[in-house]
Each structure stands twice: as C-alpha cells, then as structure tokens.
Ligand binder design. Structure first.
Ligand code: ATP
Length: 452
C-alpha cells in the first residue's frame, strides 16, 4: 500500500516535522515550503544518494556548485529570457490567473468560461544587483541549475583534463514563478534540482540517451519506488522543443496522478552552441542564438584531435518531487488486528532521517540514562548517520513516533541492560516489529552490517 491522498502526507509531514508551510505564522506563502528537523535529514540523504551514484561511483563525472544569482547574459543567450514562459489566462469574472494548458478553458475557481486570450508569462524571478537600478544591473535567480554547467564547461575541462564522454553534476536551488503552484511540494516556486549534463561525441548521443534512461530508472528503484508506479513517457517528435532530439520523462504515480519526476533529454549541441564564441567555426546541428558577446570557445578535442562542440544528454530531477514520490511510496497504514492501526514509513534505510533511536525504558533512572548517553556516543562513531536519543520514557509512544518517521531500528535500554552480564539491549525492527536481544559488545558489528 502507498499513500492514497495528499492529505495523508501533508498531515504526517507537519505532525512529525518533515515539511512546513513557509511563513506559516503569517498565513503562509503560496508555493514556498520549509523543511523541518526530519525533512532536512531526508533531503540530505536523498541528495547524498544521488551524488554518490552520479559522481562517486562513476569515473566520468565531476561536480559543480555554482551561484544562484545569474548574469542576465547567461539567460539571454540560453534562450530563457525570450522563451521560458507559460501561457497564462485571467478569469474576467473572479480575476483569478491560471496556466491556460492546465484548466481546459474553464476557470477552476468560479467555473466561468469568460477568460482572456492566453499570454506568455516569463517564469524567472528578476532582481537588481548593486545599488543602481538600471537595465545593466538586472540579474535573475536561476530557473535551472544547468546553465552554469555550460558556462563553466571550459574551466572544468581545463582544470580536470577530461575527455569525452564525461559529465558535470550539480545539485542546487532553482526558482520559477509558477502561475499555479500546487499539489504540496510537487510544483513550487523555490525548489532544488539535481542535474547532470553528460557530454558526448555526436553520433553516440542516442546510445547514451538510452543508457541514462536505464540508469536513472534503476536509481529510482534503489530509492524504493516500485516499477509498477513508474511510467516512461516519450515526448512525441512533434511536441519536442526545437533543439531537442528526444526526451523521456520518468513519471511517478503521485497521489494526484501520474506526473513527471525527472526529464532525460538529448539536447544536441544547443546549450554549448548558444554560449560559445566564434559559432561560425563549428558545424552546429541545433538552431542556436547568435552570440557575439561570449569570450570563450566552449569546445573540446575529439579522438581525432578535432575541436568540436559536443552533444549533451541531460538527466534532470527535482529533489522536492523526489521526496514527495519517496514519501508516497513509503507511507503505509497497517492494520495490526484488534482495532489497532499503525502508520509506518517504510523508507529505504539509507534515506531514513534517523537510523537508530536509543530509548530508555525509564527516563528518570540515572544508570539507564547514563548507558543511553554512552551508547549514543559509541554508535555515532560508526558513521551510519543520525543516532537519536529519545527521552520520552514511554516505549509505546517512542515506537509509534519512530514507525511514523521511518526509523529502521529502535534500541531499548532496560533493567536487564544495567543489571545483568553480559550487557545487552533489545533491538526492534521497524517493518517486522520483531525484537531481538543482543550483547552490546556485538552491537557495532551488527549495525555496520545492517547499514553500511
Ligand atoms: P513541468 O512540466 O512539471 O513544469 P518541466 O518539464 O518544466 O516540469 P524541467 O524544466 O524539465 O521541468 O525540470 C526538471 C525537473 O525539475 C522536473 O522533472 C521536476 O522534477 C523539477 N521541477 C521543475 N519545476 C518544478 C517546480 N516548479 N517545483 C518542483 N520541482 C520542479
């Protein structure tokens, strides 16, 4: 079973401290969310899993962490200034504003069909850099992380001596002034993306596009998404952006429907072609914007020593959408019989915000508490992630809380621990709820085997 309604997730996320509405005390801000004590842990774990698979486990990818504030020229030559827009309509009756392609010709608020003609609405947030307000000083909050990968292409190649094929990976915030943010953290105005730009020899792009599609589906399965909840949508040729050769969307069965989780596009030489100096020296396949301002040729030598502008395959996913998918998949309401229910997040252990909860049977017993503190200190050294000390003193409540936040193991220190030799504790498994007793001298090995 998975979450069947968004309300189940919104409620759990607020109750247990995963996700809060931003500026909640002032009534919130549409399309903006804050990640709470457990949300930040889950998010960090998801990002670490992506980074590990995309950078550390491979020998052909380097990382980058570029600025959010973006020089206007970057987003001019990338095409975003002119074309990064959604068609927008206003309802003449209730004055609501909506994305024309999402409402089927009818105002979703008042039902009126008296709408304005669709107009393009640029989704980028504009700001001013420095004390003087003029056109020269306009900057944007980046609407995707990818553009800096292209503008830094030459610096990365020169500093790492990379040869084709190779990739540059980045995780970071992006901003889009979405006309209709909705469905919790699915469509928001400030979000995080994890993007890889994988540069290849033209002619090998189709093969690499297929390889990345497979690799990314596998990765999502490792994060716990079941194959039957994933769908691959291939954009029909007539709907492709003019520069794209092909595009797959990995879609997931969210509570509100089957929707895009990640896009994997074959963008040919469009991006590097847009930003390169001396465009005439290269045979560009994509239809690029004329650029007389770039100071650098964004090219690399192929195996014959010829300077070329490589093609790029781009897997691009949203961290927030990823979290929503993972929470949806992990959510279970289990009937334990006898009118007993429990909510449990069956998160993969590498994603769980808390790996081990140490629970004292009695919180006002000095010896038990001292043992708990000592165990926490020892277990932290294993490098398995967050080990949390519970101080509720109520075992039942602690188990319920840790089931709900997905803690794989609960470790209880009881009277037997402090009174009997060899010293032992109980370990309870989140999914089976089975408990075993284990000697504390065997604990490190047990946990290392379990988590690492
Ligand atoms: P959509 O069609 O849903 O607006 P998109 O095709 O514009 O998305 P891309 O530009 O391909 O999205 O961005 C890559 C990924 O970034 C998406 O697959 C999604 O996971 C994430 N993403 C894009 N826009 C948002 C948003 N407003 N809120 C949360 N995540 C987003």
């Amino acid at each position: 079973m998975v979450a069947t309604s968004m309300d189940q997730l919104v409620s759990l996320c607020k109750r247990r401290g995963f996700i809060f509405q931003n500026a909640d005390i002032y009534g919130g801000m549409q399309g903006i969310y804050d990640y709470g004590p457990l949300g930040v842990e889950l998010k960090n774990n998801l990002k670490a899993a992506w980074w590990r698979a995309m950078v550390y486990e491979r020998d052909d990818v380097e990382g980058l962490d570029s600025a959010i504030l973006t020089n206007r020229k970057v987003l001019h030559y990338s095409g975003h200034e002119d074309t990064f827009s959604d068609p927008m309509v206003d309802c003449k009756k209730c004055k609501g504003r909506f994305r024309a392609d999402q409402i089927g010709g009818k105002c979703p608020v008042c039902g009126s069909t008296d709408l304005t003609e669709p107009r393009p609405f640029n989704l980028m947030f504009k700001t001013q850099v420095g004390p003087v307000e003029n056109d020269e000083n306009i900057a944007y909050l980046r609407p995707e992380t990818a553009q800096a990968i292209f503008t830094q292409f030459k610096n990365v190649v020169d500093s790492t001596s990379r040869k084709l094929p190779f990739g540059i990976a980045q995780i970071g915030k992006s901003f889009r002034n979405e006309i209709t943010p909705r469905n919790f953290i699915f469509r928001v105005r400030e979000f995080e993306q994890a993007e890889l730009e994988y540069f290849v020899n033209p002619g090998t792009d189709v093969e690499w596009h297929e390889k990345w599609k497979k690799a990314r589906i596998e990765w999502w399965k490792q994060q716990g998404l079941k194959e039957e909840h994933i769908h691959i949508y291939k954009t029909p040729d007539e709907d492709l952006a003019h520069y794209a050769k092909a595009c797959y969307d990995i879609e997931y069965q969210f509570p509100h429907g089957m929707e895009e989780l990640e896009g994997i596009a074959n963008r040919r030489d469009y991006d590097l072609g847009n930003h390169t100096k001396n465009q005439d020296e290269f045979t560009l396949e994509a239809h690029c914007h004329e650029n007389k301002e770039s100071t650098t040729k964004l090219c690399i030598q192929d195996e014959n020593g010829k300077w070329i502008i490589p093609f790029v395959v781009e897997p691009s996913m949203g961290i927030d959408r990823g979290m929503l998918a993972i929470l949806t998949e992990a959510y279970e309401e289990e009937d334990l019989g006898g009118g007993n229910m429990r909510t449990v997040l069956k998160l993969k252990k590498h994603l769980a915000p808390i790996k081990v909860a140490i629970i004292p049977l009695k919180k006002n017993n000095e010896q038990i508490m001292a043992k708990c503190h000592q165990l926490k200190k020892d277990l932290m050294k294993l490098g398995i992630g967050r080990v949390a000390l519970e101080n509720t003193g109520n075992i039942g409540k602690a188990y319920r809380r840790h089931d709900e936040v997905g803690t794989p193991l609960c470790l209880t220190v009881d009277f037997e621990t402090i009174e009997q030799q060899p010293e032992s504790v109980t370990i309870r498994d989140r999914d089976t709820m089975k408990q075993i007793r284990i000697n504390t001298s065997d604990l490190a090995e047990y946990l290392r085997n379990y988590f690492l």
